[in-house]
Each structure stands twice: as structure tokens, then as C-alpha cells.
Unconditional design. Structure first.
Length: 498
């Protein structure tokens, strides 16, 4: 069976270890691929080999379709410089499914140190991957400027490699090695889930940010409301005190200028001014609280007042007491009698020389003047007393007014705080519900990713020992025992075995 179909023999060897493993999807073409870095002389070598070895087909990379693999690969590098890491990667891609490889150093006709370059290339390639340690290296000059082409060594190498009856089998083994390593890497990528992990990290960050913004917004609104309420309380209390002080000064000035004619209207005027102050403070409170609602961004509808508070103060006690009236009369009479006696004494000596009648008339005049002074003193003393009483009464009114407007301010601010707090709580609940829905969706996706990751890890742990056993079998057949899994895959496989 091995002489007729080496690929089937290899497939049977591997599938005996892993029955679920799919065969490499590789179409083998009976061509020799000639490839290498730019300006290495690939095209010239293809033409020269086609002329020297017409029984074989030589092709460049562009002539192979995706999924096609050559029987052998000739890797051409210029003798002008040693291999680089990118050159090694290019060779890895060319021989992914092919075991037969030949290294060629071109343009040896113009570079005398080509043997040193060849030796360095051999060492570099062997260090890059163990499979390249047995790759033969030769020097060529496919299109020299002078003399005949130097192709004998590469012709012999190609002929010897393709004449080996194990070429098809080794190429199939190499295709299986590539297939197994790719499957192992896919399992590892699925288990590690680099894209999934990035999405998980993004989801966790989104979740944390949503919760943080939720807490921050709630705290900021609460602080803003508290600050606005306190500021409104201070400003409105200051406004109320200023209005009361202004009205007190106005009423004091009015009381100092009262006359008997204007005195009866002072009480009504005072109560009217107090009512006006209450109205002004109420309007100021409403305006200030509307500004607070606008500042915190909440619609507020305060319950209306049934009626503005009134100033409940007794009328001024203008009726004089009997004792005070008698005292004023006595004092006025005494003052008037003193004035009359003083005037009569001053005029008695002068008028006695002139005429007794004049003396009598002067006495009568002094008595009249004394009575007039008595009346004036009593009247002025009564007016000043009433003014003092009204001033004290106005003070009592403004004191009561101050208490009333302070209570009005405190009551309305407290009501506004209650309404605004309720509105903010309703908004917080609505936003909290939205954030909860968002967090729930994120948690559901995180759980889905965790389940997918666990499933991928389970598949990897289950399949990795089989892949490693198949790779070991392929390596043994290729004479390279212990072909490892990719580094991460090998570590996970070892942990699974333990």
C-alpha cells in the first residue's frame, strides 16, 4: 500500500491516533517551486533549470494557486548578504506543506566570499528551525556576465532529492505536521480568546463606568440641591430681614412726624406696609425657589398658599390712663402758674407807678398767659406720649412681621426641598432602572463569554494530547522526534496531563 499510495499510508497512520482529525486540504502539484527574496535571481534560475532539467517543471510562487503545494522548494538568496529573519519567514511559508527544500546562494560569479555567506546561511537557517539542519546548500550562477552558467551542484541536488522514493511520503508527513500545528494553534487561540478577552475587558470597563457615572450623578445632584437650598435659605432670610428693617425705619420716621390730624391713620398705614412686605417676601421666595428648580434641572410645582400670613398685633394703646392725665395737668398747671407769677412780678413794679388799672390788666394778662402755657404744655406732652406709644407699637409690628416672614421663608423653602427631593428621587430611580438594565445586559454577555471560553478551553484540553501524539508520530516518521506543539499549546497540554 505504501508503494502505491504513500499519502494514504500517512493519512492512515495519523487518523489511527486521532480519528476525528481532518486530512490536510492540500493539492500536491508535480512542480519544483523556486522562490526567494527580491533581487535574488529567482527568475533567471527558473529559466536555467528548465533548460537543464526538462523532465521537471519549475515554477515561481505566482504560478501556484492557493491550496497547491510543490514537490520541492528551491530557496534562492543572493551571495551579497546573509539571510535575515524576514528571509526565514519567507521560506517557512514556502515549505509549509513540503519537506524537500534546497538552499541556493546565487550570483557566486561576482561575490568571492559566497562560501562564507553560504556557511552563515546554513547556520542561521538551522538555528531558525531544527528541520532546516539537513537542508543542502549549493552555489549557482544562473546568468553570469562572463563564462558558462554554474548549475551543476543545484542540478545534482534537485535530481537527488526528487529521485528519493520517500519524497511523496515525506511531503505528506510535512503537510500533516503543518495541519496539526495549525489545529493546535486554533484551539489555543479559541481558548485564549484574544478578541473575546478584549471584548470582556471592554464590557467590564463599560460596566464599571456606568455604575461610577450613576453614583457620581446621584451624588452631584444631591450636593447641588443641598447647596442651592442652603443658598436660597440664606438669601431669602437676608432679604426678609432687610425688608423688615427698612419698614421699621420708615415707620419710625413717620411716627416722629405725626400730628393730631394724621395720627388716626397711622395704624392702618402700618398694617398696610406690613402686608405689603409679606407680599414682597412671598413673591421673592417664589422667584428664588423657581431659580433653584432651574439650577438643579427639575420641574417643581409648589403647593399654593391658601392665604398669606397676617400680622396679629393689638391696636396701639392711645387712650391715656387717669393717673397720667392728672399728672400732666398738674405739671402743666404748675408750669403755667410759674410763668404767670414770674411775669406778674416783672410787670408789677413798673405798672404800679403808672396806674392801678394797668396793674389789674397786667395781672389778668399774666393769668391768661399762664393758662395758655398750661394748655400748650399739656397738649405737647400728650402728643409726644402718643408718638412714643405709636413708635413702640410700630416696633412690635415689625418684630411680629419679622417672625412672620422668617416663618414664611422657612416653610416655603422646606416645602420646596421636599418637592425637589421627591422629583430627584424619581429621576434617580428612572436612571437607576436604565443602568440596571444596561448592567444586566453586560453581565449576560460576560457570562456568555465565560461559557464560551470554558468550552473552548475544555475542547483544547481534550484534543491537545491527541494532537501531540499525532505530532510525535509524524516527527518520528520524519526523523525529527519530539516535534513540539506551539509554545503556548505545549504549556497548556502539559497542565492538562497533570
Amino acid at each position: 500500500m505504501s508503494d502505491e499510495d504513500p499519502a494514504a499510508e500517512v493519512d492512515a497512520l495519523v487518523t489511527a491516533i486521532g480519528p476525528r482529525l481532518d486530512s490536510p486540504a492540500v493539492s500536491r502539484r508535480d512542480v519544483v517551486l523556486v522562490t526567494g527574496p527580491w533581487m535574488a535571481g529567482v527568475t533567471g534560475l527558473v529559466a536555467a533549470l528548465a533548460e537543464r532539467l526538462p523532465q521537471h517543471t519549475f515554477a515561481e510562487p505566482a504560478e501556484l494557486s492557493p491550496g497547491e503545494a510543490p514537490m520541492a522548494v528551491i530557496f534562492v538568496v543572493s551571495a551579497a548578504a546573509e539571510l535575515t529573519e524576514s528571509d526565514c519567514v519567507l521560506l517557512d511559508a514556502a515549505v509549509e506543506h513540503t519537506d524537500v527544500a534546497i538552499g541556493v546562494v546565487s550570483k557566486i560569479d561576482v561575490h568571492r566570499n559566497w562560501r562564507d555567506v553560504l556557511s552563515a546561511n546554513r547556520d542561521t537557517l538551522a538555528a531558525h528551525a531544527p528541520r532546516y539542519a539537513k537542508v543542502p546548500w549549493v552555489g549557482v550562477a544562473a546568468a553570469p556576465d562572463l563564462g558558462e552558467p554554474i548549475l551543476d551542484d543545484v542540478v545534482d541536488a534537485v535530481s537527488a532529492q526528487l529521485a528519493d522514493p520517500q519524497v511523496a511520503r515525506r511531503n505528506r508527513l510535512r503537510a500533516w505536521e503543518s495541519r496539526l500545528q495549525n489545529v493546535a494553534q486554533r484551539f489555543e487561540r479559541d481558548a485564549e480568546g484574544a478578541g473575546r478577552q478584549a471584548r470582556v475587558d471592554a464590557l467590564r470597563e463599560e460596566r464599571s463606568e456606568a455604575l461610577r457615572q450613576r453614583r457620581q450623578a446621584k451624588s452631584e445632584r444631591s450636593v447641588a440641591l443641598r447647596g442651592q437650598i442652603q443658598q436660597a435659605q440664606v438669601q431669602l432670610s437676608h432679604f426678609a430681614r432687610n425688608r423688615c428693617s427698612s419698614v421699621r425705619s420708615e415707620l419710625q420716621a413717620d411716627a416722629a412726624q405725626l400730628s393730631r390730624r394724621t395720627m388716626p391713620g397711622f395704624e392702618a398705614h402700618t398694617r398696610e406696609r406690613a402686608t405689603a412686605v409679606v407680599t414682597e417676601v412671598s413673591d421673592g421666595v417664589a422667584t428664588q425657589l423657581d431659580d433653584v428648580a432651574d439650577a438643579v434641572g427639575v420641574a417643581m410645582a409648589l403647593p399654593p398658599l391658601e392665604a398669606l400670613p397676617t400680622i396679629d398685633v393689638a391696636p396701639p394703646p392711645l387712650k391715656a390712663r387717669r393717673q397720667e392725665s392728672w399728672l400732666m395737668l398738674l405739671l402743666g398747671a404748675g408750669f403755667g402758674l410759674g410763668v404767670a407769677l414770674t411775669l406778674s412780678r416783672l410787670m408789677a413794679g413798673v405798672l404800679a407807678r403808672l396806674s392801678p388799672l394797668l396793674e389789674i390788666a397786667a395781672a389778668v394778662a399774666c393769668v391768661a398767659i399762664g393758662l395758655g402755657v398750661t394748655f400748650l404744655v399739656v397738649n405737647l406732652r400728650s402728643l409726644l406720649r402718643d408718638r412714643a406709644l405709636l413708635d413702640r407699637w410700630a416696633g412690635d409690628v415689625t418684630s411680629s412681621l419679622h417672625s412672620t416672614v422668617e416663618e414664611l421663608v422657612a416653610t416655603r423653602v422646606l416645602a420646596a426641598e421636599s418637592v425637589l427631593t421627591t422629583e430627584l428621587n424619581s429621576r434617580d430611580e428612572a436612571e437607576g432602572a436604565q443602568v440596571s438594565d444596561q448592567v444586566s445586559a453586560i453581565d449576560a454577555e460576560l457570562r456568555a463569554h465565560a461559557i464560551a471560553s470554558a468550552r473552548a478551553a475544555a475542547v483544547r484540553d481534550r484534543e491537545m494530547p491527541t494532537l501531540q501524539a499525532a505530532l510525535d508520530a509524524v516527527g518520528a516518521e520524519l526523523g525529527e522526534p519530539g516535534i513540539p506543539l506551539p509554545e503556548n499549546c505545549a504549556e497548556e497540554s502539559a497542565e492538562a496531563d497533570e
